[in-house]
Design a protein around this ligand. Structure first.
Ligand SMILES: [Fe+2]
Ligand SMILES: [Fe+2]
Length: 139
């Protein structure tokens, strides 16, 4: 599978998951561990593994061969990755507290998930628009 096809398939799944999370977020309760597990799976697959793939295969290729303007886009995307991962850390910490039997506010949990998916949505849209045409030129 070429880089652009893989990237575009991943993004299709990301948009689908985000639509699901957005739709069901208001209804979750703090005892709804099934939902939390789905968020954890989304983070592992569509955030952590997806970012690692982009950074090792795509960003590296463009940083080595791209123009200055293209490299700037990659640096902006790297910053966005870090910002999403900071939210992931907050989410993981809430889950850790929850697993240790500590009281976790559902309001806080919702806010973190909401923040994470909104950053991720913005990021994936930006990549669709700015990164996909560059991948096409270098793959
Ligand atoms: Fe990305
Ligand atoms: Fe992406």
């Amino acid at each position: 599978m070429d880089l652009l096809t893989r990237e575009s398939d991943d993004h299709g799944q990301i948009f689908e998951s985000i639509a699901f999370f957005k739709q069901s977020l208001a209804a979750i309760s703090v005892e709804d561990y099934g939902y939390i597990r789905k968020v954890k799976a989304f983070i592992a697959q569509s955030i952590v593994a997806h970012f690692a793939y982009e950074e090792s295969k795509i960003f590296r290729l463009i940083l080595a061969n791209g123009t200055l303007a293209e490299k700037k886009i990659i640096r902006d995307l790297q910053i966005e990755h870090i910002n999403v991962l900071k939210e992931v850390d907050v989410f993981n910490d809430l889950v850790r507290l929850y697993n240790h039997g500590e009281k976790v506010s559902i309001k806080e949990m919702r806010a973190v998930i909401k923040g994470m998916i909104s950053l991720m949505l913005k990021h994936a849209r930006y990549e669709d628009q700015k990164l996909f045409p560059i991948i096409k030129a270098y793959q």
